[in-house]
Write a protein that binds this ligand. Structure first.
Ligand code: ADP
Length: 163
C-alpha cells in the first residue's frame, strides 16, 4: 500500500522525519509531498525543502519526494496512494486534522486518512517553533536534521552551529 504524507515542511523537523521513518516500515511506499500553498509565504523555497527531505530520507529506499498544489486527494490519486498520512501532536491538532480528513473523505471516499501519533520526544516540535528558536540564535540541532540546521543558519545569515 502506498501512503502520501503531505505538508508544508517549512522546514522538515525531526518530528516529521520520525513519522516518515515509522510510515516507511508500515507502508510499501511513502510519498512525502510538499504542498505549495499560495496563501503562505514559506521561509524556504520549494527546491530547498525538497532537497532537505531528499537528504534526510536517503536511507529509506521506499520513500519518494514530490510536490503539488491544489487538492491533496487529487495528488493522492495521481500518486496512486490509497492513504493520506498525517501526524497528531496534541489535542490542538485534532479538530483541524479531523475536519481535513472528513473533507478529503467527502471528496474521494476511496482514500483513507491515517494518523500517526508523534513520538513523545518530538511532540513539542513544529516548523514555526524551530524557526522562532533559530531566529533568536538558539540551538536547533536536536530539533532538525543536520542539513536543515545548516540551511537555517544560512537563511539567518549566521555561521552554522558546530562548524
Ligand atoms: P501543514 O502546514 O500541512 O500542517 P506541516 O509541515 O506543519 O504541514 O506538518 C505536516 C504534517 O506533519 C501534519 O500532519 C502535522 O501534524 C505533522 N507534524 C508536524 N510536526 C510534527 C511532529 N513534531 N511530530 C509528528 N508529526 C508532526
Amino acid at each position: 500500500m502506498r501512503a502520501l504524507y503531505p505538508g508544508s515542511f517549512d522546514p522538515l523537523t525531526l518530528g516529521h522525519l520520525d513519522l516518515i521513518e515509522r510510515a516507511s516500515a508500515l507502508f510499501d511506499q511513502v510519498v512525502v509531498a510538499v504542498l505549495q500553498n499560495p496563501s503562505k509565504t514559506p521561509a524556504f523555497s520549494l527546491a530547498t525543502r525538497l532537497d532537505q527531505i531528499g537528504a534526510a530520507t536517503v536511507h529509506l529506499p521506499n520513500v519518494e519526494v514530490g510536490s503539488f498544489d491544489g487538492l491533496t486527494v487529487q495528488y493522492a490519486r495521481h500518486c496512486q496512494a490509497q492513504v493520506i498520512l498525517r501526524g497528531l501532536r496534541a489535542l490542538s491538532d485534532f479538530e483541524f486534522e479531523l475536519q481535513i480528513a472528513h473533507t478529503n473523505k467527502s471528496l474521494d471516499p476511496a482514500i483513507e486518512t491515517v494518523f500517526l501519533a508523534t513520538a513523545t520526544q518530538h511532540s513539542f516540535l513544529s516548523s514555526s517553533v524551530v524557526k522562532e528558536v533559530a531566529r533568536f540564535g538558539g540551538d536547533v540541532r536536536h530539533m532538525v536534521p543536520t542539513g536543515v540546521a545548516s540551511d537555517l543558519a544560512r537563511l539567518l545569515n549566521r555561521t552554522s552551529p558546530g562548524t
